[in-house]
Design a protein. Sequence first.
Length: 198
Amino acid sequence: MAQKRNSHTRLILAATICGATLLASFAMSVAANQKEKYWVLLRPIAAGTQLEAADLGLASVVLGSSGGNYLPAETNPIGSITRRGLSSGELLEGDSITDDSFAMVNQQISISVRSVDIPAGLNVGEMISIYQVHDVKNGEADKSPQFVLGGVFVSALDRKGNNFGGEAALTISINREAIAEILGATTSGRLVIVRARG
């Protein structure tokens, strides 16, 4: 009888240890898969641009040990300046922004461009080059096409006039020192947009 009781005690002890092990592994799994909220970009942003509320959203993700690289919901990045170009859907890294106002080198400007002079399928966030072309048929001086500016970030594109071969509004983010150059190029000839990638 003592042997049966001893065997019964061992069975209870083994079942308790097994249950505790399963419970501990379940608790560790739940803790490891805990989703936390982090800031995410809702649209592409150029380097040197101040972040606005409309640029950002929150996403619940599981990052584990790499979570320290990204900005949690408790941190407010609005008003910070980007150190590099950021893509839509990208989690906001802490070292990709700064509060140093000297980093804010880009400003946005809208220009009017003929719809046919914009590559089909051009999207916000792409990099472009801008050329100035003079058309002799319109009575302008015969000049070679002039390179105006490269590495230009497309912030917005409104092609409403596209159906009738009209003008499109192109908003670009450029270094503030290049604004006068772009505006000067709009006074004669026409601007032609060249996509930076093939």
